[in-house]
Design a protein around this ligand. Structure first.
Ligand SMILES: *Cc1c(COP(=O)(O)O)cnc(C)c1O
Length: 424
């Protein structure tokens, strides 16, 4: 029962938000291409594609048409004991696109759960093979793998709130991402000591996204693959952010010519339309679950797994990668980000400017007033969401040069005006 004498509090609990006196969120009414139209009549150029998902822009007619057809036929049917054409088609497509023998697709509804499934797969892989004690994951500082309890345990200790939740979730092995011979050697030593406790290494390839858009070269990944092989642990690549073109290749792992044992995908999988995620395993991982003992099966099955409408959207999105010159567009976009963001480097308070594929980052010394900076960007008519100490762009691959210039100009203007500083 509600007490009508209490003051009204917001009914919608917003993500990552202190709800006490939170600025009221803007109301989105409709989207088209790379524009978000607000209820109050304003239109914002979208620089981040709704948390990196809407890679073909909003309301792409091809995805819409395919989804509309599927909605009329069968939006959903349970996957227990049944499969359907959209999930078969999507699995065929993913297996064909992914490198090596990443041939076995397990579907969930969100990235975090896809990572949870990857963690369960890796731990049970060893149990099923009769190897005991390998219950931990090795992950890296500044990493981000999701918000559920188990995935928090493999996130950056600070951002994953490891001290607040101490004792709640399992303690993992967390290391610095190795960037040189010395740090590779210490990771090697760490693995020598702890390999009997470790089921898998998990890493975001090429870019630690939510941790601050921190890049590393492909060699880091090939060295991690070699270390995983040397110490006989599995390698999980979390390509939830990097998958589907964002770093310039369809998958980031292609740039290192490595094949992980397990890969997780979500974000741009359905072109930003509807929730879907996949955890894809190599043959040897899948085979470890084949047994006459029922207890060896993977015990996981989200109610809405492989939702037919979502699988259709994902197929339609992958059809667009085939039909339209996406990777060329990403290369062109990358070059424009390089030249267009470069002038920011000279601005006071800017520490670094970097670009990888369709990711452009301006790193500041510090963002003193995040709310002020966000508001200043909206005043410029753009939707850009700075966090930590970065202002970044991850636009739709289909963005027009004009819209991209508007985004980059807006960043330059607000940083030049010092909108990230506390007002004096
Ligand atoms: C966004 C993200 C996740 C979590 O996905 P959700 O769908 O938000 O649960 C996990 N890993 C990476 C690398 C991500 O970028």
């Amino acid at each position: 029962m509600t007490d009508k004498t209490l003051p009204d509090l917001p009914r919608i609990w917003l993500p990552y938000t202190q709800m006490k006196n939170a600025a009221p969120p803007l109301v989105a009414q409709r989207t088209e291409g790379t524009t978000i139209f607000l209820e109050d009549g304003r239109a914002l150029v979208d620089g981040i594609a709704s948390w990196w998902t809407a890679c073909h822009g909003y309301n792409h007619p091809h995805i819409r048409a395919r989804m509309t057809d599927q909605l009329g036929v069968m939006p959903h049917v349970m996957l227990g004991g049944l499969v359907h054409e959209p999930v078969q088609a999507l699995s065929d497509r993913l297996v064909a696109l992914l490198p090596g023998d990443l041939d076995h697709c397990f579907y969930t509804d969100s990235g975090s759960v896809a990572v949870e499934v990857a963690m369960k797969m890796a731990i049970q892989y060893w149990i099923n093979r009769g190897v005991t004690g390998r219950t931990k994951l090795l992950s890296f500082r500044d990493g981000y793998h999701g918000d559920t309890l188990a995935t928090m345990s493999v996130c950056d200790p600070e951002e994953g709130m490891h001290s607040l939740f101490a004792g709640v979730f399992p303690e993992q092995v967390i290391a610095d991402l190795p960037r040189d011979e010395a740090s590779l050697a210490s990771l090697d030593t760490l693995l020598s000591g702890k390999r009997d406790q470790i089921a898998a290494i998990i890493v975001e390839p090429l870019v630690q996204g939510a941790g601050g858009m921190i890049f590393h070269p492909p060699e880091v990944l090939s060295r991690l693959r070699a270390l995983a092989d040397k110490h006989n642990v599995l390698l999980i690549l979390d390509e939830i952010f990097t998958g589907f073109g964002r770093t310039g290749t369809m998958f980031a792992c292609e740039q290192a010519s490595i094949v992980p044992d397990i890969i997780t995908l979500s974000k741009a999988l359905t072109g930003g339309t509807i929730a879907l995620a996949a955890t894809v395993a190599r043959r040897h991982v899948f085979e470890a679950f084949l047994s006459d003992s029922p207890g060896a099966a993977l015990m996981h099955g989200p109610t809405f797994m492989a939702n037919a409408l979502a699988c259709t959207a994902a197929c339609a999105s992958l059809e667009l990668f085939e039909r339209e010159p996406r990777l060329d567009q990403i290369a062109a976009l990358s070059a424009m980000l390089e030249t267009g963001l470069e002038p920011c480097r000279a601005l006071p308070g800017v520490r670094d400017v970097r670009v990888l594929g369709a990711i452009g980052v301006v790193e500041l010394e510090a963002i003193e007033d995040l709310s002020r900076l966000k508001a200043a960007l909206v005043d410029q008519g753009v939707w850009i969401r700075p966090y930590r100490n970065i202002v970044y762009l991850t636009p739709a691959f289909t963005i027009t040069p004009g819209a991209l210039v508007r985004l980059m100009h807006a960043i330059y203007e607000v940083l030049r005006d010092g909108a990230f500083r506390k007002p004096v």
